[in-house]
Design a protein. Structure first.
Length: 82
């Protein structure tokens, strides 16, 4: 039997979080959000192309383990979430 651990924003404090995506408004600018532990980007960032303010208002990660071992292979562990 496996286990599923859920990590909310509160549990992610202290972790280096990087998120990268295309601006949802204009789709012409790559938006990068980086937090080293203080989660300072949760106040939002501004798109340099269209001027939209983008706020990340929720975040959670699910970690799935099968029989107490991680499911991801070593190469998957090194991949960045974008």
């Amino acid at each position: 039997m496996g286990t599923i651990d859920k990590y909310s924003l509160d549990r992610m404090k202290g972790a280096r979080i990087e998120i990268s995506f295309d601006c949802p408004q204009c789709k012409k600018q790559r938006i990068n959000m980086v937090a080293d532990g203080d989660l300072d980007f949760w106040d939002g960032v501004k798109c340099h192309k269209c001027g939209a303010k983008i706020i990340l208002d929720s975040f959670s990660l699910a970690v799935i383990k099968e029989n107490g071992k991680p499911v991801a292979s070593k190469s998957d562990d090194a991949m960045a979430m974008t």
